[in-house]
Design a protein around this ligand. Structure first.
Ligand SMILES: [Zn+2]
Length: 110
């Protein structure tokens, strides 16, 4: 443990201090743990993946819809899409909540 000068008030503070006891300036950035980083990135990547997947699914559905021969096929495609999208959204939200909780729990601590 060494003493350093606070850049704000030039008070002598320990180099392990998170913020200056005199003026409250943050000296060391709080770091996420290894797992914290993994969960954060999983969360971000998962959302990007789901967004891309949704766009692709929408494109595929409209293709099926326009290539359908009759109204029954179109109705089937519409129903299938509604169920599929509903299911996908449910899973999306579900996984987001779980990953979000992990991101929250692995937040940097003092
Ligand atoms: Zn200070």
């Amino acid at each position: 443990m060494a003493l350093v000068n606070c850049p704000e008030c030039s008070h002598q503070v320990s180099n392990t201090a998170i913020d200056c006891p005199s003026c409250g300036t943050s000296l060391n950035k709080l770091k996420r743990s290894f797992f914290g980083k993994i969960f954060k990135w999983l969360f971000i990547l998962f959302n990007i993946f789901m967004l891309v997947a949704s766009f692709k699914a929408c494109g595929g559905v409209s293709e099926v819809y326009t290539s359908s021969q009759n109204e029954y096929e179109q109705a089937g495609a519409a129903i299938g899409t509604t169920i599929g999208m509903g299911l996908m959204l449910t899973i999306w939200v579900f996984i987001d909540v779980i990953l979000g909780l992990f991101v929250l729990f692995t937040r940097p601590k003092r």
